[in-house]
Write a protein that binds this ligand. Structure first.
Ligand SMILES: NC(=O)C1=CN([C@@H]2O[C@H](COP(=O)(O)OP(=O)(O)OC[C@H]3O[C@@H](n4cnc5c(N)ncnc54)[C@H](O)[C@@H]3O)[C@@H](O)[C@H]2O)C=CC1
Ligand SMILES: O=C(O)C(=O)COP(=O)(O)O
Length: 316
């Protein structure tokens, strides 16, 4: 019987698909340091972003045939090495795009009205300093009519743009590669309308946007470091739901303290799962613990897609 370890869990519908196909699915979370020994007994492992599948683990588990990533980023897997060793590696790249895009807007709408800070302070000071807090949060802003800079115009960047257009924002989009700026926006009743975003260089996005949201993988350096942050519009708002490292965290803290950046909404961090104190405690940072893909709908789509990929792999 094919044995699958879903080490970071799998949606129940995906699990049932695998079981109905005759596979054994173990959803126990085996600690990273025990995996080299315990994973020997399995044919496949599925992971999200928590479990790392590095060279040493691949070398220690010669029975392993498949690595499945329930999600997009495969930076926690030594993909090339695994493939060289004859393993198949799959991910589910489109299943969570909408959920990530919605979290961008949850974060943006929240941050421009200080919800992150208000939710921290109201339980402590709301009873005694209600009017002081009311004053502190008096300078909220609307999103309509503002310019959103999107860096990385792939699956998630495009979903973000669609919501932005619905909200009435101007969109400047930049990608390393040429792209089609037209989007099909679905209206009520099922009709669609084509709307194009403005193509821009990274420099133009940095200098002209009121808010910048990043949707690229992390390769080797921050896209927004001290130099770039110094060139933004004064008071720009930043969103990073992509990967830690894309914004230089220390430069960000400086830019928040000087007022160059008015807020940052972060779902991903340099050092997960233990982000640095200056980031966790900063009153101008809206925090979420890497939950971009953490909706029932996205996880169900991911689980089903991953199950079907694994079934196809072993049944072909
Ligand atoms: N926080 C979370 O829970 C989640 C985070 N993500 C992350 O979101 C990121 C984007 O995902 P997708 O949109 O699905 O990927 P995608 O591959 O569809 O789009 C990424 C785009 O970035 C562009 N790009 C790459 N390097 C660039 C650079 N240096 N400058 C400008 N553009 C660049 C690519 O050409 C591509 O168009 C991934 O890194 C993924 O890991 C994805 C899902 C959930
Ligand atoms: O799909 C991705 O790239 C993600 O970052 C999602 O991470 P998660 O599976 O929710 O731990």
């Amino acid at each position: 019987m094919i044995k699958i370890l879903a080490n970071d869990g799998i949606d129940p519908i995906g699990k049932k698909l695998l079981e109905d196909a005759g596979f054994f699915v173990d959803t126990n979370n085996i600690p990273q340091d025990e995996l080299p020994e315990k994973l020997k007994a399995y044919d496949a492992i599925t992971v999200r972003s928590a479990t790392k599948v590095r060279k040493a683990l691949i070398d220690a588990t010669p029975n392993l045939k498949v690595i499945g990533r329930g999600g997009v980023g495969m930076d926690n897997i030594d993909v090339e090495y695994a493939r060289e060793k004859g393993l198949s590696v799959y991910n589910t790249p489109a299943s969570s795009s909408l959920s990530v895009a919605e979290l961008v807007f949850a974060s943006l709408f929240g941050a421009v009205r200080f919800l992150h800070d208000s939710n921290r302070k109201m339980p402590v000071e709301g009873g005694t300093k209600f009017n002081d807090l009311k004053k502190a949060y008096a300078k909220g802003i609307e999103l309509r009519g503002k310019t959103l800079g999107i860096v990385g115009f792939g699956r998630i960047g495009r979903e973000v743009a669609k919501i932005a257009i619905g909200v009435g924002m101007d969109v400047l989009a930049y990608d390393l590669f040429d792209f089609n700026p037209e989007l099909d926006i679905v209206l009520g009743g099922g009709s669609t309308v084509k709307v194009a975003v403005k193509k821009a260089t990274l420099d133009e996005v940095i200098k002209a946007a009121d808010f910048i949201t990043l949707h690229t993988p992390f390769i080797d350096k921050a896209l927004l470091g001290a130099e770039e942050l110094a060139q933004t519009k004064k008071g720009v708002g930043l969103v990073n739901i992509s990967r830690g490292g894309l914004i230089d965290e220390l430069a960000l803290v400086d830019a928040l303290n000087s007022g160059q950046v008015s807020f940052a909404a972060l779902d991903v961090f340099d050092n997960e799962p233990t982000p640095r104190e200056e980031i966790l405690k900063h009153p101008k940072i809206s925090l979420t613990p890497h939950i971009g893909a953490a909706t029932n709908e996205a996880q169900e789509r991911i689980g089903v897609e991953l199950a079907n990929l694994i079934i196809d792999h072993f049944k072909k």
